[in-house]
Design a protein around this ligand. Structure first.
Ligand SMILES: Cc1ncc(COP(=O)(O)O)c(C=O)c1O
Length: 470
């Protein structure tokens, strides 16, 4: 193990100093991929610091993708190098404070025995043969267009297929001309934010909420304000009067799971009309719905064209495809497509055309029937396992859609200790605290069931309870 130096007279905490040195050693290649970090106990004894100081640093390295926890304990260095250039770590350049402040949100690859990370889908469900056929058809149909960029909003036929699909699956009222095909939901939100916000404008987001959107709003120059959510979704009365844009997840609040009530939907639209503000409706996971009927999307209730509806194929099929779309008020289409042209010209034509063909051929419906059955089974198993957990230790919040259930853990040990115990038990978790950016984080876990096999859910929750008990 490399030599570590801690200086108790510095402003930076011991845990942060440890993290800095290990992250730098990994990034520079001094700690090569595959290296096993020394156990936290040994490092703590070596340096004369508490074990939680070391686990804090290790936990951050795991969260930021430098290291992964292995079954049976042990933290292994991952390959984070950017390329083959030996000089890649040295630079005279500095990222802006805004760019440097963006934390890594993805928790890297997991080889943990029980992966309860949020934001994953099951790659075993991916309909590879059907997708290959769609991709083949797409490339053949595109052959004579491969020499040019194409339409910045996306191919007309694909937009028509998407318009039918959202009308059918989500009751979104969309004409093909209102659709802009994007590289996922985040990209759609980015384009809309760049179009609607000037530097210094106030943008409101849900708190707790989805951190990547906060990062991109800040990069667009917005002053981002967190608005609390309760069991009916965003608290409309708490939205700042001067907000220009409000980002919400009405079908299934991320991460707490609430559905924005009918009354709140109308109140939010009234608020936006009064303040002349825009609304982004991120409908990222409601293809998977387990009990109640969905409420009408804001986009459909909107009478004066101030709602942008955003959809993605990240949950439906795969986050690796990078495919999503925005349904825009028709008057906003020219401005958003102009911004789009400046940012990345056009959508990836082959992937978009493959999706069009995948929808039209009925393959998406077939895939969804199968995926819904599988995820519904896992959802029920997770609910059942959580209902058997000791009361007060692990309390599941209501949630009847998507691929995660959030549970509160009021008596949990510190995040560092919880992650350490989870690592020891081969469990990979997403902690709720990362979704709080503006207020005191509540202790909890966002339990994703996209990646874990159904049979693994009861033992995983059993292990989680052990971690919480100590
Ligand atoms: C709230 C929310 N929005 C959007 C997404 C998906 O984003 P993208 O389409 O950019 O992959 C996720 C993924 O986990 C999410 O949690």
């Amino acid at each position: 193990m490399m030599q570590l130096f801690l200086d108790s007279t510095r402003d930076r905490s011991m845990s942060d100093q440890l993290y800095d040195q290990l992250a730098e050693a990994i990034a520079s290649g001094r700690l090569v991929p595959g290296t096993r970090l020394m156990p936290t106990r040994a490092v703590a004894a070596d340096l004369g610091v508490s074990r939680s100081t070391v686990t804090g640093a290790y936990m951050r390295l795991v969260a930021e993708g430098y290291v992964e926890g292995r079954r049976g304990g042990g933290s292994i260095v991952l390959d984070t190098r950017a390329g083959d250039d030996p000089h890649w770590t040295s630079t005279a350049l500095r990222a802006t404070p805004l760019a440097a402040a963006i934390g890594r949100y993805e928790s890297g690859l997991s080889s943990a025995r029980y992966d309860l990370t949020a934001g994953r889908v099951d790659h075993r469900l991916f309909p590879l043969a059907e997708w290959k056929r769609s991709m083949n058809r797409a490339l053949t149909s595109l052959a004579d267009r491969l020499g040019r960029y194409g339409d910045p909003a996306g191919d007309g036929e694909v937009r028509a297929a998407l318009a039918h699909w959202v009308a059918r699956s989500r009751a979104v009222a969309a004409r093909p001309e209102q659709i802009v095909i994007t590289r996922g939901a985040a990209h759609a939100i980015d384009l809309v934010a760049r179009t609607l916000l000037s530097p210094g404008d106030v943008a409101a987001v849900e708190e707790p909420g989805y951190p990547p959107v906060i990062a991109l709003l800040r990069l667009a120059g917005a002053d981002v304000v967190g608005v609390p959510v309760d069991r009916n979704g965003i608290v409309v009365d708490a939205i700042p009067e001067n907000a220009r844009l409000v980002y919400v997840t009405p079908s299934h609040q991320y991460p707490l799971g609430a559905v924005l009530s009918r009354e709140r939907r109308h109140a939010l639209l009234r608020w936006a009309r009064r303040r002349d503000a825009g609304i982004i409706e991120d409908d990222y996971d409601s293809e998977f719905r387990y009990s109640s009927r969905p409420l009408e999307p804001l986009q459909r209730l909107d009478g004066d064209g101030r709602v942008v509806y955003v959809g993605t194929f990240s949950k439906v099929l795969s986050p690796a495809l990078r495919l999503g779309f925005a349904v825009l008020p028709i008057g906003l289409v020219p401005a958003v497509t102009a911004v789009r042209r400046a940012v990345d010209f056009v959508p990836p034509a082959a992937t978009a055309a493959a999706m069009g063909s995948f929808i039209e051929s009925g393959a998406l419906d077939r895939h969804l029937r199968r995926a819904r059955r599988e995820y519904a089974t896992r959802y029920r198993m997770l609910r059942a396992a959580l209902s058997e957990a000791p009361i007060g230790l692990l309390t599941a919040l209501p949630s009847d859609a998507g691929l995660h259930i959030t549970a509160m853990t009021p008596d949990a040990p510190s995040d560092e200790i919880l992650m350490e115990r989870a690592l020891e038990r081969g469990l990979q978790l997403s902690l709720l605290h990362r979704t709080y950016q503006f207020s005191e984080p509540q202790p909890g876990v966002v339990l994703g069931f996209g990646a874990i096999a159904g049979d693994d859910i009861p033992p995983a929750i059993h292990r989680l309870v052990e971690c919480l008990r100590g």
